[in-house]
Ligand binder design. Sequence first.
Ligand code: 13P
Length: 387
Amino acid sequence: MAMATVKLSSPATGLLAGGRTRRSAPARRATVIRAAAGSYSDELVSTAKSVASPGRGILAIDESNATCGKRLASIGLDNTEANRQAYRQLLLTTAGLGEYISGAILFEETLYQSTTDGKKFVDCLKDQNIMPGIKVDKGLVPLPGSNNESWCQGLDGLASRCAEYYKQGARFAKWRTVVSIPCGPSALAVKEAAWGLARYAGIAQDNGLVPIVEPEILLDGDHGIERTLEVAEKVWSEVFFYLAQNNVLFEGILLKPSMVTPGAEHKEKASPEAIAKNTLTMLRRRVPPAVPGIMFLSGGQSEVEATLNLNAMNQSPNPWHVSFSYARALQNSVLKTWQGRPENVEAAQKALLARAKANSQAQLGRYTGEGESDEAKKGMFQKGYTY
Ligand code: 13P
């Protein structure tokens, strides 16, 4: 494919009113800017479309080894490579998963890992038409000069890492940065989050990976839903400003926003209808229809809440595919059912399929919420939660 180019202004010369001729302006050299997607643009568009396909969403299992350790500790297991492999094997070898799941975000260890029988996890996914994805950010660190906020590391060496991940079978990437409402957010933190995401997105596209753009607006705080809406609009406007400045191909990205909800410590909870209304208002104001998919994070909502809210957003047609990319809201019942015991693997896989199916129905706007367990209704919010 020919390299995509963008030509910046070239001076026009010509006839002026009354037949006078204009003296030609001194020739300015046309600047040719290479679009970030480079030679991969067709493939990026088709990858993004496949992830954003009807009735499907993303299984996020890209916990770093430390965070995966927290999940395992919750059922009394040690954080060993063998236990992480056993858990990911349970998830990724679930028969029938591809009907509801279009992509799985992996941590680097899992991208290069295999089942205990020696089949690469990447091949388990491909067999079910699930795109392998990879977390590429290097986590959050304090942002000097801010109000106790953070910035996301990982740009150094990112191009070569992305190229290696592509060779290993990854076709999309994720970079998660956070914005905290109780901490401000400061203009500095928002700008840094947006700029970092845009630089990452350009680099990922240049190496064939569809970037998931994730500025997570944390649930922490006692603010109302209007305040979340205001902050979300601010954050997404900056993100799109810098994505455009970095010549990112909008048709080849996916977004991973937080839903617009009241803060977790706000005195009143919002209904799924109110959350859907505010979230869709924000998205319509800020996200161009060229973007193929909006894949929400669950952010500490209960499994059922996350599904109900998604369902409420799909009650009428949207300009983009509106779906899920949940970690906690897809894994909680699975872990509780598994308990690290081989004899529970089948039941745990059924639990995963049940959650994936419920969210698939919510993507299609057809989820009823019937027959959900009390466990699935328990919130998972933890103040100051870190991945
Ligand atoms: P949660 O659904 O647990 O918020 O995780 C989303 C995420 O960012 C992991 O990729």
